[in-house]
Design a protein around this ligand. Structure first.
Ligand code: C2E
Ligand code: CA
Ligand code: CA
Length: 553
């Protein structure tokens, strides 16, 4: 545009420069010729000439000269104004051009910044997933059959609990410290990318040999986390879980390679004592089995193949039943599917939300039935296991309120059990909901206590009424002095905080005696009663009711 306007200006300038001269010259020439060849002029030529004729010719020529001059000036002025206009236009256009140019620059810079923000993590400055995918794409194209590379998916164990106990900013500092440790101790050529929401990293190993070298690298990275992180006045020990997949594991597809590494780390998370797992094609079979199980679970739920069992909880002193814990059972084609298999899956897929609400409704309804049938149940309580996924769903409270209203069960006779690990990993998200549940007079119990590394100060932040000590400690109290000390310390702590105590997994009379000595109020386990079907519980309560009435009689 700029070039065009410059060319136009120059053309007009050249044209207008010749025009006045040509017009005026033509006019002057034609005018002079016309005057000279007029009658008077002929008369002059043949000698018959008067003074009057001479004067007329002279005046005519003067007239032509003056008008020519005027004409010249007129055209000249016109030409100048034309040039001024075109100059003005040209400079306006130049400014416009510069403004546009500036805007384009701004836009390009903004685009660059946006692209940067989308490709690099603002906190750790590490590349994000998109850059990693580009790089993998390139590697797959560039490398031949003999060159193999690998990716490691690295997760920081219990990262969320740091966020809750020490705050969001502290957890960000820790992420930066983890990044620094990785970048310092891994070679520069190794790409480290940050993926996922918080604590997940991908390490790309462009040069990797056989399986043995993979084990070497994974051990090397694990060892980087042996030393603690010193942040502010805190000393933080952090473990990592890793999943490694080789380039040949995924048919040349970057997304599938990342998926393979993720499947491997997923598998690693399932085994508490493993620091890393190398991808195995069987993991894919496992994932498809999970998919099949998920479909089957949803179908069987609609066809009412789920039921609740109830395991009695006893007073440690009198060995009388003080309450029941509801435990879900799924029979598929008359075969029991373990809770440990389908509950984690239901939590992962979100199916635990309808399933858990059914459990809550069913347990409340059942318990209220027993309360009306058996007088001794009136003073008992029902414990219901709740997943943290349920606690995070927005309409949980309105559903609880609805069930309480419909069943008319007194809320103080319900106790919700939440595992300590779930609590530790999601404390920030569920702290408020727990308070809301408590405000409805429903009791709260920490399940599997001792497995989630919670501390005394931590417990004070939550409105828990009961601690249920994990069965792993109870199993060992007869033979392992360390377990005895743990169980004793938990009892001291619970008593000082005025929290009730339950010991689960009591299987032997020796364990029961120890717990009685350690002043545990309530116990639960196969020694006293296994989980029972509704019919079995009713039979038991009926017998108890009968005995009680005949004794009174
Ligand atoms: P949990 O809440 O810790 O339940 C105790 C588990 O230990 C139950 O296994 C119970 O049958 C078993 N148990 C009880 N006494 C003994 C004993 O003396 N020795 C041994 N070895 N085991 C004993 P179950 O029923 O298979 O449940 C496993 C887990 O599934 C439960 O662990 C709980 O976390 C979860 N679960 C069960 N029902 C529900 C439910 O309705 N909702 C949710 N979200 N989770 C549930
Ligand atoms: Ca439980
Ligand atoms: Ca438990």
């Amino acid at each position: 545009m700029f070039t065009f306007s410059m060319a136009l200006t120059m053309n007009i300038h050249t044209l207008t420069k010749d025009l006045p001269r040509r017009i005026v010259l033509s006019y002057a020439a034609i005018g002079t010729v016309w005057i000279l060849i007029s009658d008077q002029a002929i008369e002059t030529l043949i000698g018959n000439y008067s003074q009057f004729t001479y004067l007329a010719t002279f005046k005519g020529l003067i007239f032509i000269a003056i008008t020519s001059l005027l004409l010249y000036k007129l055209i000249n002025n016109y030409e100048r104004s034309l040039i001024e206009i075109s100059h003005k236009n040209a400079s306006t256009k130049t400014i416009q051009y510069l403004i546009i140019l500036n805007k384009i620059n701004e836009y390009i810079t903004l685009q660059k910044q946006l692209k940067n923000a989308m490709q690099y993590d603002s906190l750790t400055k590490l590349p994000l997933r998109s850059i990693l995918l580009e790089k993998l794409e390139y590697l797959f194209k560039a490398s031949d059959m003999h060159h193999q590379f690998a990716v490691i998916h690295l997760d920081v164990v219990h990262f969320k609990s740091i966020k809750y106990t020490l705050g969001y900013e502290f957890s960000e500092q820790l992420l930066i410290a983890i990044t620094n440790r990785l970048t310092t101790y891994l070679p520069d050529a190794v790409m480290i990318a940050r993926v996922g929401m918080a604590d997940e990293f991908i390490i790309l190993l462009e040069q990797i040999g056989d399986l043995a070298s993979a084990h070497k690298i994974l051990n090397y990275i694990s060892n980087l986390f042996i030393q603690p992180f010193h942040l502010e006045e805190h000393e933080i020990f952090k473990q990592v879980k890793m999943g490694l997949a080789f380039s040949y594991d995924c048919g040349g597809n970057p997304e599938q390679l990342l998926q393979a590494a993720e499947l491997a780390v997923h598998q690693c998370r399932r085994s508490p004592n493993t620091g890393y797992t190398i991808f195995n094609p069987e993991f894919k079979a496992y994932a498809s089995r999970q998919l099949e199980l998920d479909n089957q679970m949803r179908r069987d739920f609609n066809e009412r193949h789920f039921q609740l069992y109830y395991q009695p909880i006893f007073s440690a002193d009198t060995l009388e039943i003080v309450g029941f814990e509801s435990l879900i059972r799924w029979y598929h084609n008359s075969q029991l599917i373990s809770n440990l298999e389908f509950i984690p899956l239901a939590e992962e897929t979100g199916f635990i939300i309808p399933l858990g609400m059914w459990v809550f409704g069913q347990a409340c309804w059942q318990f209220q039935q027993w309360r009306s049938q058996f007088s001794q149940v009136k003073s008992m309580f029902v414990n219901i296991n709740v997943s943290v996924v349920q606690l995070m769903q927005p309409n949980l409270l309105s559903q609880i309120d609805h069930i309480l209203a419909v069943t008319e069960i007194p809320p103080q006779q319900i106790q919700l059990e939440i595992t300590e690990t779930a609590l530790m990993n999601n404390a920030e998200d569920i702290a408020d909901i727990l308070k809301d549940i408590k405000s409805r007079k429903i009791n709260l119990c920490i399940d599997d206590f001792g497995t989630g590394y919670s501390s005394l100060s931590y417990l004070q932040n939550f409105p828990f009424d009961t601690i249920k000590v994990d069965k792993s400690f109870i199993t060992d109290i007869e033979c392992d002095q360390k377990s005895v000390e743990i169980v004793r310390t938990i009892a001291l702590m619970a008593n000082s905080l005025d929290i009730n105590l339950v010991a689960e997994g009591v299987e032997t009379p020796g364990q029961l005696r120890q717990l009685q000595n350690l002043k545990y109020q309530t116990v639960q386990g196969y020694l006293l009663a296994k989980p029972m079907s509704v019919d079995a519980v009713e039979e038991y309560l009926q017998r108890q009711h009968h005995n009680c009435c005949s004794e009174a009689g």
